[in-house]
Design a protein around this ligand. Structure first.
Ligand code: CA
Length: 225
């Protein structure tokens, strides 16, 4: 278990690093937002959890969180905040943090929160949709299939969200036009079919099961294998 500690207060980082190492964790410390972002790039895929201070000398922990969530929707993040005020915590949670602790805190409690965050990190959160091996992050608006990141244009993203909120249901062209294009009538174009085609090309790869099925005369449906 590799924990990235993003905190500029040296007393806290040395206390956390020693404590975490004594518990068998690998701890890496970043003393600022820039260093944290650089480490997240270097250690990409290796960090299992981030402890994140919000008030950093060269920026806000929120910037680090935003950067992290654009890259990875799943690494659990616990915010360490000296500010007791609610708006910061709420904003942090909205940006995709899993939990927060107000400084000063008891190390035992932090360890319990770390274990809980790592457990929940394996579960889909309210900020993402999961159908089979397909995941859609509702915050960063990025999709993954089997761990591969898929960049989506806004309409493709809205279309995929509609499918993923209604797996196995047949969605008619008029419903798709209504919910994705906000059109209450069929403009007589094949825009839905064109976009379903774009989306299929993005989420499919040779060897993977096609997920969007055409239901003749009715519309399309997302399979949930
Ligand atoms: Ca600080």
């Amino acid at each position: 278990m590799h924990v990235l500690v993003v905190e500029d207060d040296e007393r806290i980082t040395s206390f956390l690093a020693k404590g975490l190492q004594a518990e068998g964790y690998v701890a890496t410390v970043a003393a600022g937002a820039g260093e944290a972002v650089a480490l997240l790039e270097t250690l990409r895929g290796e960090v299992d959890l981030v402890l994140l201070d919000l008030g950093l000398p060269d920026g806000s922990g929120e910037d680090v969180l935003r950067h992290l969530r654009r890259r990875d929707a799943h690494v659990p993040v616990i915010i360490l905040t000296a500010r007791g005020d609610l708006p910061d915590k709420v904003r942090g949670l909205d940006l995709g943090a899993n939990d927060y602790m107000t400084k000063p805190f008891a190390f035992e409690e932090l360890l319990a929160r770390i274990r809980a965050a790592v457990r929940s990190g394996a579960q889909p959160t309210a900020t993402e949709l999961v159908v089979g091996d397909l995941r859609l992050d509702l915050l960063s608006k990025v999709a993954w299939r089997g761990g591969r990141r898929i960049e989506l244009a806004p309409r493709e993203w809205a279309l995929l969200e509609l499918f993923m909120r209604n797996p196995t249901h047949v969605l008619s062209r008029s419903r798709i036009l209504n919910q994705v294009w906000d059109l209450g009538f069929d403009p007589g174009s094949n825009v839905v079919d064109v976009y379903v085609g774009y989306l299929r090309r993005k989420i499919n790869r040779p060897g993977l099961e096609p997920l969007i099925q055409t239901v003749r005369g009715a519309g399309y449906r997302l399979l949930a294998p």
